[in-house]
Design a protein around this ligand. Structure first.
Ligand code: ZN
Ligand code: ZN
Length: 229
């Protein structure tokens, strides 16, 4: 992934009101899982890597369940079930010699089974988030794009915190915070308008109609999509 498509994706996301970094990561995860659903079955190297790491985390496995065909997933899951059976057989053998193992807690037992060592989609997400936040800071620093950024809902709180933690320019960090104050105040006003419209049975359309969802996204980040279902 070069910088240019990432910058383009972020600029396109600025035209919508949601957190641009959330929107871009969501699109990249979708593309990655669209690619992996087949590659982890038909490409021997990708297959060995995914199976070798024990599959994916819960979020990305369920995402794959919604995205890929059950037959494709079955091909990936069969060797993982073999591996799980082997590991559990080994744990059962350890239990015979070490009955205290059961008292070490669920995490210790799970660690001994040791299926998931790292989810490659989570790893990619971490890299993309770092790159997207750096590119977003560059975009916000450009005077031509600042207004566009101010007009959208801006970075969600988790991505704002990440951006501030890597921002080396104090003036830019201050501007980012001031903009975040403006964006939050605008959402607060939209929420109150939403409640007022509800109470007065005003059904006219306005930007406040999405204020509850936009505000949740502002606080915790975008709702993660899970495939196409
Ligand atoms: Zn975000
Ligand atoms: Zn994951």
């Amino acid at each position: 992934m070069s910088d240019k498509p990432l910058r383009r994706l972020l600029l396109d996301a600025l035209a919508r009101s949601a957190c641009p970094v959330c929107a871009v990561i969501d699109a990249l995860v979708f593309d990655e899982l669209c690619h992996l659903q087949r590659a982890a079955v038909v490409d021997p190297e990708t297959h060995a890597d995914v199976v070798g790491h024990g599959g994916y985390c819960a979020d990305h496995f369920w995402y794959l369940d919604a995205l890929a065909s059950p037959v494709t997933n079955a091909e990936l899951l069969a060797p993982l079930m073999d591996r799980l059976a082997e590991r559990l057989t080994a744990v059962a053998a350890q239990l015979t010699t070490n009955p205290a193992l059961l008292r070490h807690g669920a995490v210790a037992i799970s660690t001994r089974v040791g299926m998931l060592t790292s989810c490659r989609v989570c790893e990619s997400e971490r890299v993309w988030q770092g790159a997207a936040i750096a590119a977003m800071l560059d975009i916000i620093a450009e005077s031509g794009e600042q207004q566009r950024y101010t007009r959208c809902d801006g970075l969600c709180l988790p991505h704002l915190a990440q951006a501030l933690s890597v921002c080396k320019d104090r003036v830019l960090a201050e501007s980012l915070l001031h903009t975040a104050v403006e964006q939050s105040q605008r959402l607060a006003a939209d929420l109150r308008t939403y409640v007022c419209k509800w109470e007065t049975k005003d059904r006219g359309w306005g930007p406040e109609d999405r204020a509850p969802q936009c505000s949740i996204e502002k606080l915790v980040g975008a709702k993660r999509q899970r495939g196409s279902n």
